[in-house]
Design a protein around this ligand. Sequence first.
Ligand code: 13P
Length: 248
Amino acid sequence: MRRQLVAGNWKMHGSLEANSSLLQALVAAAPAACDVAVCVPFPYLAQAQQLLAGSSIALGAQDCSMHEQGAFTGEVSAGMLREFGCGYVIVGHSERRSLHGEGDAAVAAKAERALAAGLIPIVCVGETLQQREQEQTEAVIGLQLDAVAHLLGRHAARIVLAYEPVWAIGTGRSASAAQAQQVHAFMRARLGHRGVDAGSVPMLYGGSVKPDNARELFAQPDIDGGLIGGASLKAADFLGIVDAARSH
Ligand code: 13P
């Protein structure tokens, strides 16, 4: 049985004051029936670690270096994230792929570093609108998955995949539940062909998930929760989405 996970990706949002009220509201609600995580900007890890202490909400970051340590100005290692209580780290988000030129090999190297440091990498995959319109969705996602298949072969239950169609991120235009399910089913089949125990791999959907569409998305057989951007910044919305997950 795969447990559902709802993870918030705050992206570059937040302030000490705003984080404090958001995290206090989440902790007070004490979500328990599904796994919940918040992936915060690096400078706020210590604050979030402190505010989440003793709660069931896990802490995560939004990226890590592909290197263990060394002369990499501006980079943050997976080991450092672990020291601040992180359980998760997002790697290969489409904003990192498109704005920072991260390719599949870099994403795989980051996921490997995360695993070595004892973190669960949340590996993002997804197609652009142009790729979807040109019917390249499966080809694109297939290659993105192949890059991490060797890691999934060894750690199927210790890596989370997130399908985030680029055209659905921050646009208010979510994939329909049927579209998302179709890609998730393809992902499981593809990994199965690569020798991965695909039924054990948690797979999230991300892209304009809101309280009013979460239930239908999470009800799909191959969708195990969500990676939430904008709606993770408002306690009521995020808790509404968590609620949709826990009811399965
Ligand atoms: P939105 O929920 O704001 O569309 O963002 C999704 C996302 O990119 C999460 O990683």
